[in-house]
Ligand binder design. Structure first.
Ligand SMILES: NC(=O)c1ccc[n+]([C@@H]2O[C@H](COP(=O)([O-])OP(=O)(O)OC[C@H]3O[C@@H](n4cnc5c(N)ncnc54)[C@H](O)[C@@H]3O)[C@@H](O)[C@H]2O)c1
Ligand SMILES: O=C(O)[C@H](O)COP(=O)(O)O
Length: 392
């Protein structure tokens, strides 16, 4: 098996690959690809490519539908970098409230003058800030990161409002009881001094699901004067023109973003961080290890965990004589056709697992004899089959 990395991936993760895996710089010959934020939208994928692992959370840099159509399973590593982002969000809250950046830059500007200590005491009043304790924080999106941010902020003495209409049961369990559950974004807009967004970038006609540019003229208009907005999710969650106007008028006091661009990097009132949320040794290690383990389990056993375009499926370790995996469309009569194709050739099915997700489905078939090319050909010829792989 050959793997290719489109971004630097932490060695502790790559070292998990056994001797059966070798690195290649030629993406066209790779069986699996590891990626962080490199855009894959303009890439052509070879027929040999079986899986892509995003060592991170957001996968908007990967064309997941196009991959599904080619039978390429795309994984991400949910939660693996959440603590790194949480800590930077807390730093963002503090940077927006205390003029640490202005103060530090000012000290640099006076450092060659005589009696710096005296100048500091005289000049520090220009950098007076506010405390977070007692302020209201709205967290939109209570996933791996949002929950950690919400919980941490309660320990800073903030009153925290949380909004997520799609929150998972596990996340709900881990959310502090001190977090106030709100059922619509408007409550957050109306009441909060700080608003932080932790949803994926989603473009959808349904305004409840859509997150693209959810921070815009209209939503900002519903917010408190002097609100602070933090965006450690994706730049496109915010309409930059509307933000510029709101910063100029003072409606928004500060905009903290981990995704600066040509416009926001030049805007007054913006604290621009160069996408450092997950750039900690710990997060990079966690993501790399999780990504490699998921890829190996898929290659060696056909198991799918944390895919973003195919259903999760755990058929266990492959102990039977043969195992075939089939990525296919989620349409009627597929299983009947698979079993028919296999039984015609006198092969006995020992175990079968079938899972579906939206338009796509996945079937793992364990057989009592080793799999021959004829079986594979018969399966591949079935309408709706996207990829057939002999795992063993
Ligand atoms: N700055 C960074 O370096 C960095 C690092 C990791 C993740 N991210 C970004 O942060 C996002 C969130 O990461 P995560 O690990 O918490 O992901 P996650 O999948 O655990 O959580 C996302 C949450 O958003 C919720 N959600 C989806 N649509 C929503 C909507 N319309 N309104 C409210 N909530 C909605 C989901 O229900 C889910 O609970 C990622 O998608 C990525 O874009 C950035
Ligand atoms: O979605 C993510 O996981 C983050 O944006 C991190 O991206 P990175 O791996 O390029 O730092």
């Amino acid at each position: 098996m050959k793997y290719s990395c489109l971004n630097p991936i932490a060695p502790i993760g790559l070292n998990i690959f056994s001797d059966s895996y070798e690195n290649t710089d030629n993406v066209d010959e790779a069986d699996v690809i590891l990626v962080r934020s490199a855009s894959m939208h303009d890439m052509e994928f070879s027929d040999n490519l079986k899986a892509i692992a995003r060592a991170g959370a957001g996968y908007n840099n990967i064309p997941i539908e196009k991959c599904a159509e080619k039978g390429i399973v795309v994984f991400n590593t949910p939660g693996a970098n959440a603590n790194g982002v949480k800590e930077l969000v807390i730093a963002g809250l503090i940077l927006a409230s205390r003029d640490i950046i202005g103060g530090v830059n000012w000290v640099q500007s006076i450092k060659d003058q005589p009696d710096v200590a005296k100048l500091v005491e005289k000049g520090k009043k220009q950098f007076v800030g506010k405390e977070l304790k007692g302020k209201k924080l709205g967290v939109i999106g209570l996933g791996a990161i949002g929950v950690l941010v919400a919980n941490a902020a309660t320990h800073l003495g903030m009153t925290v409002y949380g909004y997520d209409p799609f929150i998972s049961v596990d996340r709900a369990w881990s959310l502090s009881r001190s977090v106030i559950h709100v059922k619509n974004r408007e409550d957050i807009y109306r009441d909060c001094d700080y608003i932080t967004v932790h949803t994926p970038l989603i473009e959808d006609d349904d305004p409840n699901s859509n997150t693209k540019e959810m921070i815009n003229k209209e939503s900002i208009g519903k917010m408190k004067d002097g609100v602070v907005i933090l965006n450690f999710s994706r730049g496109l969650l915010v309409n930059d023109n509307d933000m510029e106007e709101a910063l100029k008028s003072g409606k928004v006091a500060k905009y903290v973003t981990d995704f600066p661009n040509d416009k926001t990097a030049n805007m007054e009132g913006v604290i621009a961080i160069p996408h450092l949320g997950a750039s900690t040794e710990e997060s990079e290690d966690n993501c790399a290890m999780m990504a490699v383990k998921q890829l190996m389990d898929y290659i060696e056993n056909g198991n799918i965990k944390n895919s973003v375009n195919f259903p999760n499926c755990d058929a266990g370790e492959c102990v039977s004589e043969g195992r075939i995996t089939i990525l296919h469309r989620n349409i009627p009569k597929m299983l009947t056709q698979f079993t028919a194709a296999i039984s015609v050739l006198d092969v006995n099915i020992a175990n079968l697992v079938n899972k579906s997700r939206g338009n796509y489905a996945y079937t793992v078939i364990d057989v009592d004899t080793s799999v021959n090319g004829e079986v594979v050909k018969k399966l591949k010829d079935i309408e709706g089959v996207l990829k057939v792989r002999v795992v063993k």
